[in-house]
Write a protein that binds this ligand. Structure first.
Ligand code: B12
Ligand code: SF4
Ligand code: SF4
Length: 389
């Protein structure tokens, strides 16, 4: 069934919908008008090659800039936010160790999976309250052809920071976003400032940043090509999660102890000061991952990887991807006790792992490295690995 033309949710009914969606576990519920084309900067981003090898994004560029191509007849976008901040004291424990660092979002079971039941329930609620069918809406979390941060800015959920993140005045940077495109017309919320209604102006990042540039200054790999614009090719998040091959050598030192993802431009932001511990209704914390020692990861077996990372986003990186990242972290650690573990990985079945292991041995063992690596080098045939020697 197609939603009857003119069907509108507003006033008290809209607030009831907001409250009931909130009760499902969504910490932010906002509404935006779906019309028009937006995200002009997105085409420029692709043209400049800043999406690296994420060709799946470029293939859906038209849909990403025009919601009507995703759901013909779409009237509104419901933007939902889930707070994943663990509170200041837990966060201090998670980050104050000498252990490898994980993006905070990854210290949970995969949010794509844990948020899905909430989105299914949200759809049912829309059917009940607006009398529509399941063909009248479409929900997404992360993987859909939807510019989630852009819609969130338009709905007034927050603003796009100079760090490109959608920043909420209540939750700071620590929100997962999800969206429901629907043919039901829901009275839109106001953006934080009226200018966000105009896509061109709205695409300018930093509405509530003032003179602050902390995130731009703190990025370890200099990944911002302009305020609000991340060049994925230089971003640690891209390199440690999305890139499945060789991490460019010049970026490896900047990765530091970050074994999966990067939160630097989020954690320095002063807007986080109001963040409160999340309700965790649509999340399942896996803070235990922050206790893993680097040596344990370097010496992990595939079975142990499957066991430890089951249901987490890290499983999508695959075992070899994690070993590759762990080699980079080892190379940056200055901890010579790790040399035997990385030396063993210089003989690993995966050329990608071998390449990063060779780099790590050279960083850790200095002048002694080539002698230690002699036997591995004698067996090596892969050009990319040989280039590391
Ligand atoms: C591709 C991607 C990445 C790439 C590229 C990063 C980037 N800056 O785009 C990589 C792998 C590097 C990455 C990293 C991270 N990501 Co990411 N990523 C995405 C994804 C799938 C698409 C983003 C995209 O389209 N990027 C292209 C750029 C150019 O678009 P943009 O930044 O959104 O800006 C455009 C729009 O906002 C638009 N616009 C402006 N105003 C308006 C108004 C309207 C109405 C519209 C429609 C558009 C619009 O114009 C801008 C330029 O075109 C989204 C999920 C999604 N479907 O949106 C998650 C998403 C953005 N990532 C997320 C997260 C958490 C991260 C990390 C923090 C993970 C980590 N800790 O390692 C880092 C942060 C890096 C950073 N500072 O941006 C969250 C962000 C939540 C939030 N509060 O902002 C999202 C929304 C996933 C989710 N569902 O929660 N990510
Ligand atoms: S996530 Fe890290 S590497 Fe990427 S832009 Fe932010 S600070 Fe830079
Ligand atoms: S750190 Fe400063 S410049 Fe960066 S997003 Fe936060 S307020 Fe804006």
């Amino acid at each position: 069934m197609t939603a009857p033309a003119g069907l509108k949710i507003d006033g008290e009914q809209r607030e009831r919908l907001r409250a009931r969606l909130g009760a499902l576990g969504f910490d932010e519920v906002r509404f935006a008008h779906a019309g028009g084309e937006s995200g002009r900067g997105l085409r420029e981003w692709f043209a400049a090659g800043m999406h690296a090898d994420m060709a799946w994004m470029e293939r859906t560029v038209d849909k990403r800039t025009k919601a009507d191509l995703v759901l013909p007849g779409v009237q509104s976008v419901i933007i939902l936010g889930v707070n994943y901040w663990s509170g200041a004291s837990v966060d201090r424990q998670l980050t104050a160790s000498d252990k490898p660092r994980w993006a905070r979002y990854a210290l949970h079971e995969d949010y794509h999976d844990t948020m899905k039941p909430g989105l299914i329930a949200a759809g049912r609620l829309l059917e009940e309250m607006a009398g529509v069918g399941e063909e009248d809406y479409r929900y997404y979390v992360d993987t859909g052809p939807v510019l989630e941060r852009g819609w969130a800015a338009r709905s007034g959920l927050g603003f796009r920071g100079k760090n490109a993140m959608l920043i909420s005045k209540t939750h700071g940077n620590w929100l997962f976003l999800a969206s429901i495109l629907t043919r039901v017309a829901i009275a839109p919320d106001e953006p934080l400032r009226k200018s966000v209604r105009s896509p061109e102006e709205g695409e300018q990042a930093g509405l509530l940043c003032g003179k602050c540039t902390r995130c731009l200054d703190a990025c370890p790999t200099d990944a911002f090509s302009a305020p609000g614009v991340v060049d994925a090719r230089r971003c640690i998040s891209y390199q440690t999660i999305e890139n499945k091959g060789i991490i460019p050598r010049e970026l490896r030192p900047g990765i530091g102890a970050r074994v999966y993802g990067c939160d630097v431009c989020l954690e320095v932001c002063p807007w986080n000061r109001f963040a409160q511990q999340g309700r965790q209704m649509l999340l399942a914390a896996r803070h235990d991952l922050a206790d893993l020692a680097l040596k344990e990861i370097l010496e992990m077996t595939p079975d142990r990887f499957a066991e430890v990372f089951r249901h987490t986003p890290i499983k999508r990186l695959k075992f070899t991807g994690l070993l590759r990242n762990a080699c980079v972290v080892a190379g940056n650690s200055g901890d010579v006790s790790l040399v035997p573990s990385v030396l063993a990985l210089a003989l690993h079945a995966s050329a990608v792992v071998r390449a990063h292991a060779v780099w790590a041995v050279k960083r850790l063992a200095g002048n002694d490295a080539m002698a230690m690596l002699a036997s591995a080098r004698a067996q090596e045939t892969d050009a990319l690995v040989l280039a590391e020697y």
